[in-house]
Design a protein around this ligand. Structure first.
Ligand SMILES: [Zn+2]
Ligand SMILES: [Zn+2]
Length: 852
């Protein structure tokens, strides 16, 4: 590239061009037949309910760091993209749209509904792909998958049939979390618990054949219409004599057996519990243990289902409650009420209060599948980062219930179960023409669809072609990494692990990284409806994708809750600009015929060259270690510090003159630093690094096809680091003294009080902007650097100046001493850091003493 560089960096001018060139060159298309070692990541498929948000951008950045890093370390990389149909969420969106037009899905029919859904998928799917492209995500878009594409549907049906044939899938009445709005069962993990202020009603039940009454407390008096028992704790002396007798249900008259069950909490209410097995999970279990009747008192839409009680039948729950309470009061059965705060489950898709209901559902037996996961964990086959999330996973597995996999939706994978006219039932991958047992052609198909997580549980291998024995599957399974949010550890990650173990015989990935949840700047949840959402495209428009990504890498794994911080993102845009200007400076002074390639370690290097090349090796090690340990913040911080402070602030300042004069050692050192730095930063900030890399001399391939930098121990130079580091300290002292005594930005006479080489003297003179003198002037101020003294040219009160310097030195000393007297610092800091601080304290004390 020979066109001159604009003076300021503008991400908008370069990012789209590189995204297009990368794709044109098919850089991210994986080759299953490649002889290289393989590395794969399956992108967590975003829901096609909407556009990507900032959480997706951070999630994508962390995976892209690894995908690019692995390519640069010689791997054949597949970063597998795709999207998820998100049955219930998408159906909600479409139904809302229909409602805006005054329509329902029933009015338009299944066919028209499916068409709208397909159109939606196309539109949103395309937006999501574009968003990833703008972010610079190196996904293999030639392999884009969707959980509703025909091959994927086949994988889902095959998985169902294999479980079915194992005998692990069964249908039965079960209490489920029912959403009366979506008319479907909801998984336990998708219940959104919210605190409600309600009323606790105390109701007295007469005990049959006695004068006694039992008082029972409930927040949901309307459910009493379906009560079939009363339970007390077996150790509760207040009720021991009543066990075995019957209570009479007020308003209804039903006889309720009084049973003793250890699940009853003695402390709640009066310690006596009304048992409504049709409407509460705990009651359902008590009912099972004591053989209580099951009355289903509620319709699927949340209205009352009590045809024998026409006064309440068909009323919505809230109205039924009012009427029941009024009637209880009129009958003298309402003892008292009190305010009550408790947790109420809501549908996390539509916000409706969930009703525990008994309904016919499909269940997957979890016993053996959970054990597969527990065993794999014991063998250390999946590593969690942060490690504590392994507990989250194991706790859930140890207390696991069978998985309710059916949903009553229009959208999703239809359960592949068929029943013939003679009642034979079987599961089949391909839609069968006749019954397997009796050949009857009268088959009915199950109308329920599968829980969306049933299909996404197959993601790491179904995207690779399973159940076919594809080349991709052989090459890229198991994948390496799963990058996820903590909310879906058990909904998704755990289910992928047992699915992988069961269908493929191997864990689907070796490492799980759980990244930060991104909050709004004020710590609130990011949400469109709260108006706290931030569109990544707006951030990219203003600051560039690189700046957003660098911030994502900084916060992604550093914490579990990260606030959106536009000033940090802006800081990374300035960083891009800094890299841009540093490159301009180096290039503007490089003769075109300059020798390229790394400098020779034994060549004509100056102290500054040796110093920056040694610092560079440390940066290579630190950035690499950060990636390898999933401490992305460590990498981005190390690269930033090295580039901005070591290279731009010190090295380029020190080498400016030599660069301008065409000194070959400075030239090759500076070019080598830029070359290495762009490679180190590429996984984090792919656009600006690619652009600048191609502006360096020589023909250059794309960065992902260029090797990852290895530290070169020949450049490790402790001596150069110590001596140049000492000069930096001296220059910082000079600047601080000037600042403290209002002595301007340059000028002054410095007496070093120490022997330095001529190269070192030159550096101090240039960087410190001072004149070196052979003897200290009488009024010169002592610096906290050996015996050095600085005479400032400013006129004015000498006493004031000395006072300013004294305050500065004392302030510095107080800071260092505070550190040194802190036992935590002494315990934790490495010995050489402690020694350095002690040295600094001694220097400061000596300078103060010389100041008199
Ligand atoms: Zn709902
Ligand atoms: Zn049959």
């Amino acid at each position: 590239m020979t066109e001159p560089m604009p003076t300021a960096y503008d991400p908008r001018a370069i990012e789209p061009g590189w995204a297009a060139r990368w794709e044109e060159a098919r850089l991210f298309v994986a080759d299953a037949a490649s002889p290289r070692p393989k590395y794969a990541i399956a992108l967590p498929p975003p829901n096609v309910t909407g556009e990507l948000h900032l959480g997706h951008a951070v999630n994508g950045t962390l995976q892209d760091v690894w995908a690019r890093y692995r390519r640069m370390t010689g791997y054949e990389v597949l970063w597998q993209p795709g999207t998820d149909h998100a049955a219930i969420a998408t159906q909600n969106v479409i139904e809302k749209q229909l409602a805006n037009e005054g329509l329902t899905k029933e009015e338009i029919g299944r066919e028209a509904f499916d068409e709208i859904v397909d159109e939606w998928y196309r539109k949103v799917g395309a937006t999501i792909v574009t968003q990833f492209r703008v972010l610079g995500a190196s996904l293999d878009m030639s392999r884009l998958r969707f959980t509703m594409d025909p091959l994927y549907v086949r994988a889902v049906r095959t998985a169902f049939v294999l479980y079915y044939e194992k005998g692990w899938l069964y249908r039965g009445p079960r209490i489920v979390n029912w959403c009366p709005k979506n008319l479907t069962a909801i998984s336990d993990l998708e219940v959104d618990w919210q605190t409600h202020e309600d009323t606790l009603y105390y109701i007295s039940y007469p005990v049959e054949g006695t004068d006694e009454t039992l008082t029972i407390a409930t927040v949901r008096p309307e459910t009493m219409l379906a009560d079939t028992g009363v339970a007390v704790h077996p150790d509760d002396d207040r009720y021991r004599q009543l066990v075995g007798k019957f209570a009479l249900l007020p308003l209804v008259g039903r006889r309720l057996p009084i049973v003793a069950d250890a699940a009853v909490q003695k402390e709640f209410g009066t310690g006596a519990l009304k048992v409504t097995p049709g409407h509460d999970l705990l009651d359902y279990e008590i009912g099972e243990r004591h053989g209580l009747d099951l009355v289903n008192g509620m319709n699927l839409d949340g209205t009352m289902n009590v045809p024998e009680l026409p006064r309440y039948d068909g009323l919505p729950g809230v109205e039924a409650r009012k009427r029941v309470v009024e009637d209880l009061a009129a009958a003298g059965r309402l003892v008292r009420t009190e305010p009550y705060t408790h947790e109420v489950g809501h549908c996390d898709r539509c916000g409706t209060i969930l009703e525990p209901l008994v309904s016919e559902q499909w269940f997957l037996d979890m016993k053996e599948l959970a054990q597969l996961c527990i065993d794999a964990s014991a063998r250390g086959q999946v590593r969690w980062h942060p490690e504590r999330y392994e507990r989250t996973y194991l706790d859930w597995l140890h207390g696991i219930r069978d998985w309710c996999v059916s949903r009553q939706l229009w959208l999703g994978h239809r359960i592949p179960v068929y029943t013939c006219a003679n009642g034979h039932q079987f599961a089949a991958v391909d839609r069968p023409g006749h019954c397997r047992d009796c050949d009857s052609a009268l088959l009915s198909e199950e109308t329920d669809v599968l829980d969306t997580w049933f299909s996404s549980a197959l993601w790491p291998f179904a995207t690779l072609g399973w159940p076919l024995d594809s080349e991709e599957l052989k090459a890229f399974y198991p994948t390496a990494l799963n990058c996820t949010n903590r909310d879906i550890i058990n909904l998704w990650v755990t289910r992928m692990i047992f699915s992988g173990l069961f269908f493929m015989g191997e864990v689907p990935f070796s490492d799980v990284i759980v990244h930060a949840t991104i909050q709004a700047g004020d710590g609130r949840r990011m949400s469109k409806s709260l108006g706290t959402g931030v569109d990544p495209r707006e951030v990219i428009d203003t600051y560039g994708a690189d700046a957003l990504r660098a911030w994502g890498a900084l916060v992604g794994m550093a914490t579990q809750d990260a606030r959106f911080d536009v000033s940090r993102i802006e800081g990374y845009k300035r960083f891009s600009n800094k890299l841009w200007n540093a490159t301009r400076l180096v290039l503007s002074s490089v003769a075109n015929e300059a020798p390229h390639g790394p400098p020779a370690p034994d060549g004509d290097l100056q102290p500054a060259d040796r110093w920056i090349l040694s610092r560079l090796q440390a940066a290579v090690r630190e950035v690499t270690a950060g990636i390898e340990e999933y401490s992305f913040q460590r990498s981005i911080e190390a690269a930033y510090e090295f580039a901005w402070h070591d290279f731009c602030d010190w090295y380029l300042e020190a080498a400016k003159t030599r660069l301008r004069d065409g000194d070959p050692a400075a030239r090759s050192a500076a070019l080598h630093v830029l070359d290495t730095l762009f490679r180190l930063l590429h996984p984090f900030m792919p656009f600006v690094t690619e652009e600048l890399w191609h502006r360096l001399p020589d023909d250059r391939d794309f960065l992902v096809r260029t090797g990852w930098p290895e530290p070169d121990p020949r450049f490790d130079d402790g001596g150069a680091e110590a001596s140049f580091g000492d000069l930096i300290r001296l220059v910082e002292e000079i600047r601080a003294t000037r600042h403290a005594s209002a002595g301007g930005t340059s000028g002054g006479r410095l007496w070093l009080g120490a022997e330095l080489t001529s190269a070192q003297r030159e550096l101090v003179r240039d960087l410190g902007r001072v004149e070196l003198v052979a003897a200290p002037a009488p009024g010169a101020l002592p610096l906290a650097w050996g015996e050095a003294r600085l005479e400032l040219p400013v006129k004015g009160d000498d006493g004031k100046r000395r006072e300013g310097e004294r305050r500065r030195l004392a302030g510095e000393l107080a800071k260092v001493e505070a550190k040194l007297t802190n036992p935590a610092f002494r315990e934790r800091a490495p010995a050489e850091i402690v020694a350095k601080e002690e040295e600094k304290a001694a220097e400061l004390r000596a300078a103060l003493a010389r100041l008199g």
